[in-house]
Design a protein around this ligand. Sequence first.
Ligand code: UDP
Length: 237
Amino acid sequence: MKAELLYEGKAKKVYRSASNSEQLILSYKNDATAFNGKKKASFTGKGRLNNEISSLIFPYLHERGIRTHFLERLNDTEQLVWATEIIPLEVVVRNVATGSITKRLGFKERTPFEPALVELFYKNDALDDPLINDDHALLLTDSTAKELRELKVMALEINTVLRELFQSINLALVDFKLEFGRLPDGSIVLSDEISPDTCRLWDMVTEEKMDKDVFRQDIGDLISVYEQILQRLEARL
Ligand code: UDP
């Protein structure tokens, strides 16, 4: 049961749970945005697909020792999570160069990063989520140096687990974005979502893009691509 709406973002609404004030209900929307909200559209079924995909991935990570906010999927478009204080950072992990890093730093498209590269962005729409370094993060968030190290270690562990999972369903995990939050006891857990909205996934056979780049670049049918990801995950898990 939902209580009050706490926050509405680009892809989800966040409600306080009526039965436990320490828990939230994430409600996935059909809206898609790209380029920091400059491109917008709505796709019937996207909310359900991302909710289902994220609800398969979070327990999979939990079983492999990654602490997350996830509790359970409630219905087609909603999931129950622990309330956390979100750390305003987007932690991006890259296995292959594409997207913003090719434009920002001139890496040639498809350059492999071994070990994987971790980048921090400051979560701030008004500033267009700028790339920042650790010293900026210490000033802009109330994280400590130890917590930043912990975030990066967790991000790389998640990368190892997810790369293997996606590889087993013939998808290359190119890059992805994570968000972390603090539980009331101060511990840091993985929050937000992991879905084709927040990952780049390339089919290992056909090399097709199977993620939100389909929408960003107008190169296919987003719903059938997300449906394909869900079907492959369901067949594997
Ligand atoms: N990403 C995201 N939300 C953002 C920015 C990036 O989920 O606000 C994801 C994106 O889908 C990709 C990865 O983070 O998997 C790296 O994105 P990049 O920095 O290349 O940005 P983009 O090219 O999407 O602007």
